[in-house]
Design a binder for this molecule. Structure first.
Ligand code: ZN
Ligand code: ZN
Length: 371
């Protein structure tokens, strides 16, 4: 009886030990995948705003861990029971360039069966799970390899999507898709949308809404240097929130209550409060930016009742949102100036520099190139 040689893959991991500590670069070994696993050679990992919130201590994670969940890579090997098709039913092979959902889910629990797979009772979230001090169990993007668990929605990336704009598809772009879907609104020429925050996800929401035919999109962004960029993604009007407040809200806010939907992606309670002011009767506020403990949102319930408002939260997305996001990036969205959202590229050995860049450039992604 012949025994297959057990192949190991040697690479590096940037271990995160907590806020205000240096990332620790260590070498690590990945085994051949087993069962339903897929081994992927990571090519790029973007540092998402939520990684920055973690590294600044605004949100707690168990450490050590390997951060980074906006990841793309190439398939190296399949476990013997791995699904050889992606979420769109395309065949998967070794060497394919792929993106995948930021989580693995069971597909059977209450939440998986009720449209919230991202809240699966057995959820496994890439770039969020603790690892051993020597890096075993690494599941983040700041590493050369990653093992995808069974139950991870995988998608083949069309060659036409450049690596830099493909990397944030599985977080920023997919979350924006999910927010528009969750709003329950059919975006047409009459629709008036407000997007709070002109960062990556905010501008994805602008572009997606415009592609669906949304009549008017207003963006609020406190950094005036980012206003022109918001227009290039399709915003009809861009406001500095304070200028707008002084000019309008302190006068007679009821005149401004004409917007169907407000998407909160600035990560600010104040932005949510302002958003509520701008909604028409029956309007909807979708919150997604505040992914860390924030000041309470104080509301007069009388306003919610009389104006028939809906307030909802949206965290992450469904696998079909990832599919829709990928299709958008390869199709209607392909000619948008995505490079303007990317700040700089770094090697894994320069991960600390990449983190500093991400902290000081809130409107742009730092990208790690792994291979
Ligand atoms: Zn993210
Ligand atoms: Zn489940």
């Amino acid at each position: 009886m012949s025994v297959e040689p057990c192949q190991n893959y040697v690479g590096r991991i940037a271990l995160y030990h907590g806020p205000d500590t240096e990332l620790e670069l260590i070498s690590a070994t990945w085994q051949q995948p087993t069962g339903g696993e897929i081994l992927v050679r990571i090519t790029h990992c973007a540092i998402c705003r939520s990684d920055v919130h973690t590294m600044c201590g605004r949100r707690q994670v168990s450490t050590p861990t390997v951060l980074g969940h906006e990841i793309i890579g190439k398939i190296v090997a399949f476990g013997d029971r791995a699904v050889l098709k992606d979420f769109s039913e395309q065949e998967l092979s070794v060497g394919d360039r792929i993106t995948w959902a930021i989580y693995a889910h069971c597909g059977e629990c209450f939440f998986c069966r009720h449209g919230l797979p991202q809240k699966c009772e057995q959820l496994f979230k890439y770039g969020h799970e603790p690892v051993s001090p020597t890096g075993e169990g690494s599941s983040g993007g700041m590493a050369d390899y990653i093992i995808l668990k069974p139950g991870t929605p995988v998608l083949k990336l069309p060659d036409t999507i450049p690596a830099h704009s493909a990397t944030p598809i599985n977080c920023a772009v997919s979350t924006a898709v999910a927010m528009l879907r969750e709003s329950g609104v059919n975006f047409d020429a009459e629709t008036k949308l407000v997007v709070m925050g002109g960062g990556y996800a905010g501008l994805c929401a602008v572009a997606l809404a415009k592609a669906q035919g949304c009549g008017r999109v207003v963006v609020f962004e406190p950094n005036c240097d980012l206003h022109e960029r918001a227009r290039s993604f399709g915003a009809d009007v861009v406001w500095h929130p304070e200028t707008f407040s002084k000019q309008y809200l302190e006068q007679d806010p009821s005149k401004l209550r004409e917007h169907d939907v407000v998407l909160e992606l600035a990560g600010s309670t104040q932005a949510a409060v302002m958003g509520l002011e701008l909604l028409r009767n029956g309007g909807r506020l979708v919150l997604a930016g505040t992914v860390f403990p924030s000041p309470p949102l104080s509301l007069d319930p009388d306003q919610i009742v009389r104006r028939s408002l809906t307030i909802m939260g949206n965290h992450n997305y469904r696998p079909e949102d990832l599919e829709c996001a990928t299709r958008f990036m390869a199709g209607q969205g392909k000619n948008l100036p995505w490079d303007e959202l990317i700040g700089a590229e770094f090697e894994l050995a320069e991960a600390a520099k990449a983190v500093e860049y991400a902290k000081s450039h809130p409107g742009k992604r730092a990208i790690l190139r792994l291979s």
